[in-house]
Design a protein. Structure first.
Lengths: 530, 295
């Protein structure tokens, strides 16, 4: 009992943890969802609100509603007015009366009904129970110790409890969203006749959920007007679960504030990562969908229903390998050339003193400023003169020239950071300057050189603008221009476009990841971007 | 530092020669051509005539879309650079914390930087399609919206989307620039600040910002230049439609010279763009040189 205040805090947190779980269970048993099922519908044409016909129909509908009320149902009349001016300029009106029966459901009534969300709910409950059991098992020997001095077994049990709770918490939005998908999206699409697949099974499940399967054949009609109302208490449930989680974390780690800050940090990072990955997710799933599916307005899935690997073989027929080879040739050549010219220049800049050194540095940096687009008229003129228009060689030369600045800048930084003593020794041993550079400096500067090499390669690989200007025939296209051929004025073959994009993206992203660390170091001294 | 033993006076220039040639022929020479053309008469077929003074410039300024395009360019550069700098800075601050999975997060953040702009723009183009776009599909499936939203109902909104894609691809660059600056800060500086009783904002203002200012300056100036020069995003997503209302200067001059065959005004516009870039480059040079001297 050396830390009575710690003991007290632990006990407080245990109580909070239990209270959070119990409150969550109580909230779950409240009627969080209510559904309006249309039990009686009356349509009245050429009726305006307030006129004689309206009154009689209204009375009739109210009579029906009364009958239901007498039987003890919770019903409500809904009125839908549709006014339209017809071609003769006359206003027509259609009023639809619906008698809605309201069904309130708590979350437990979703269990075992065969909806995908039922499984999720069962998982949430299971995880909560698991967390409770683990926490109880880790109860012994914790009371009078600082959380960070917990023995290994207890620490593990509590970690597992926290993990289970986190999972349960993450599943809450999944459950809510899944329900919404079923009731909003699917139902509206089925009743509008936009999709038919799996319709009967779906209505049977609904029937089972509301009326224990009594509606049978009529289910489709009954549920056509189904409406769902979600209580905001659902989110309150997530919030109380979060409190339980916070308490569990603090039982494991001690301070609640830092745990919550850490949690917020993770949430932020995860959101940023998800947004960043979103286009890549779209690219990937679209690359494997059929053309009809890419243009499907009512696509209910988050992934292709069938992964079409044939898209990849299709684009092989459409010239993509050729484009990839062109890109490889241009980017490879441009990299080699940029390095061949850049290494001597960087070496001179790093190791020699001469008049105009600063001027040359300025000249190099300035050349980095001008994108080819500003100069595009000049470039296309020049290429015409050199007879390099529409050739891969021309593309390669320009890419090399526009990447010169970065190559020199990064290489110079690397060379400067390496001591010149070894080279001097080599020079004294009788090596020429070239020999010293090749045998001594280059091997030592290898990481920097590889970084520059890969970066120039990626820049040239991703280049699009000059290529669209210079290349006019299909067989000379690099991949960046090649993917645009799948989009024409009247048809866009998204699946092929993204399959090709995927092939063009994966290698460079992997390459880029490998140099990210070095690049970051060289960045602020050089300043570069693709 | 002269490490050569028997080095002749002209030797350094031999080492520089290949690089000098490459840049001169493919960067400097086109600049000269553009300058010359901007003062020459050019027919629709591209035949170059004699000297016409500032006629091309006058014609360029009086083009109906000139004002819109210049304003668009201003908005484009301002919004993309400012917002991505702000976002990038915040993300860098977070990534500078030590937490599990930081390496993965960093690797993921590299993605947009490593991807070709034309591919990025195409994907976003698909995402925001009204009829079958993935954004509507995902939001509908998740039950966040009940009705498909037309994400590109007007050209102004389309322009905003283009800016968003610009921000999306620029943020990683800023993040990594700032991150390298942040990592060079010695922990002892923060410790000293804490001893002095500094809170979060004090630390940010008096320690972090001054220390990352150099890298922030470099990234901002470079971004101004790169964003100004950016072509694929606007060209892929709207091609400047309708009637150049979403064009920036760069895409507009491409359209002018290759679609509308108005090479004269296009070259004049190129020179104007060139001069704007020179101004930015000048600022950049000064800041880089100053940093060089500090090192």
């Amino acid at each position: 009992m050396r830390f009575p205040e710690v003991k007290q805090q632990n006990r407080k947190m245990l109580i909070l943890f239990l209270a959070g779980l119990i409150l969550t269970l109580i909230l779950m048993s409240l009627p969080l969802y209510s559904f309006d099922v249309g039990v009686f519908t009356k349509k009245s044409a050429n009726t305006f609100v307030g006129d004689e016909k309206y009154q009689t129909v209204r009375e009739e509908v109210e009579g029906v509603a009364e009958e239901y009320r007498a039987q003890g149902f919770d019903v409500e009349i809904q009125e839908n007015v549709l006014e339209r001016v017809n071609s003769k300029g006359k206003t027509t009106s259609l009023i639809t009366f619906t008698v809605n029966q309201r069904y309130s459901k708590n979350l437990f009534s979703f269990l075992g009904k065969g909806f995908p969300s039922s499984t999720v709910l069962a998982a949430i409950l299971g995880l909560m129970a698991l967390a409770l059991i683990l926490e109880a098992a880790g109860l012994a020997g914790t009371d009078d110790l600082l959380p960070r001095y917990l023995d290994k077994r207890t620490a593990r049990l509590r970690s597992a409890a926290v993990a289970a709770l986190i999972l349960a918490l993450l599943l809450v939005p999944v459950f809510i969203l899944m329900n919404n998908v079923i009731f909003f999206r699917k139902l509206s699409l089925y009743s509008a006749g936009l999709i038919t697949e799996g319709k009967e099974a779906f209505y049977a499940k609904l029937d089972n959920f509301f009326f224990d399967g009594q509606m049978g054949e009529n289910a489709e009609e009954v549920f056509s007007g189904l409406k769902i109302n979600t209580s905001p208490m659902l989110w309150l449930m997530a919030a109380t679960l979060f409190i339980a989680l916070a308490a569990a974390i603090s039982l494991r780690h001690g301070e609640i504030k830092s745990s919550l800050l850490r949690g917020a940090l993770y949430v932020f990072v995860v959101i940023v990562c998800l947004i960043t990955l979103y286009p890549y997710y779209v690219m990937t799933i679209t690359a494997f969908r059929s053309n009809a599916e890419t243009l499907d307005m009512y696509f209910l899935h988050m992934a292709p229903t069938k992964w079409l690997w044939s898209n990849l073989t299709d684009i092989v027929q459409r010239g993509v390998p050729r484009y990839l080879l062109n890109s490889l040739f241009v980017a490879g050549g441009a990299t080699a050339l940029a390095m061949l010219c850049g290494i001597p220049a960087a070496y001179a800049m790093a190791r020699m003193n001469f008049v105009g050194k600063k001027a040359f540095l300025g000249f190099v940096i300035m050349s980095q400023m001008f994108s080819p687009v500003v100069l595009l008229i000049g470039i296309s003129q020049l290429m015409n003169t050199l007879h390099l228009n529409n050739t891969l060689w021309g593309l390669m030369l320009i890419n090399a020239a526009f990447n010169q600045a970065f190559a020199i800048w990064l290489l110079r930084g690397t060379f400067v950071s390496i001591s010149s003593e070894m080279e001097q020794a080599a020079l004294i041993d009788g090596c020429g300057t070239v020999g010293a550079l090749m045998k001594v400096l280059l091997p030592m500067a290898a990481p920097g050189i590889v970084t520059a090499l890969i970066f120039v390669f990626i820049n040239a690989w991703n280049e699009y603008t000059i290529a669209t200007i210079l290349i006019s025939t299909a067989q000379n296209r690099p991949i960046t221009v090649g993917i645009t051929q799948f989009s024409s004025f009247n048809m866009i073959e998204w699946q092929y476009m993204f399959a090709a994009s995927l092939l063009a993206t994966i290698p460079v992203v992997i390459l880029f990841m490998s140099i990210e660390k070095h690049l970051t170091a060289g960045l602020t001294s050089g300043g570069v971007k693709g | 530092m002269n490490t050569g033993l028997n080095r002749t006076r002209w030797e350094p220039y031999v080492w520089l020669l290949p690089s000098l040639l490459l840049i001169s022929i493919f960067v400097v020479f086109p600049i000269l051509i553009v300058f010359k053309l901007s003062f020459s008469e050019i027919s629709k077929a591209g035949v170059i005539g004699g000297f016409v003074g500032f006629d091309n410039y006058v014609e360029a300024v009086h083009l109906p879309a000139f004002k819109t395009v210049m304003l668009n360019t201003l908005w484009w550069v301002l919004s993309v650079v400012l917002l991505s700098t702000l976002l990038g800075f915040i993300i860098a601050m977070v990534l500078n914390q030590k937490f599990r999975g930081r390496k993965i997060a960093r690797s993921i953040l590299v993605f947009p930087w490593a991807t070709s702009l034309v591919i990025q723009a195409s994907v976003w183009n698909y995402i925001i399609k009204y009829e079958y776009g993935n954004l509507n599909n995902v939001l509908l499936n998740l039950g966040i919206i009940q009705q498909a939203i037309n994400w590109r109902s007007s050209y102004q909104i389309e322009f905003v989307w283009e800016c968003w894609v610009g921000i999306f691809v620029t943020v990683p660059f800023v993040t990594f620039c700032v991150l390298s600056g942040l990592q060079s800060i010695d922990d002892s500086l923060y410790e000293a600040a804490i001893v002095d009783g500094a809170g979060f904002w004090d630390k940010l203002r008096h320690v972090t910002l001054p220390m990352v200012r150099p890298s922030l300056t470099v990234s901002t100036v470079l971004n101004i230049i790169y964003v100004f020069n950016s072509f694929p995003i606007v060209y892929t997503m709207t091609k400047g439609a309708p009637a150049h209302k979403t064009d920036t200067m760069i895409t507009y001059l491409y359209m002018l010279s290759f679609y509308e065959r108005k090479k004269g005004p296009a070259t004049a516009l190129s020179v104007i763009g060139f001069l704007i870039l020179c101004l930015c480059a000048g600022i950049y040079m000064v800041s880089v040189m100053r940093k060089e001297e500090q090192l």
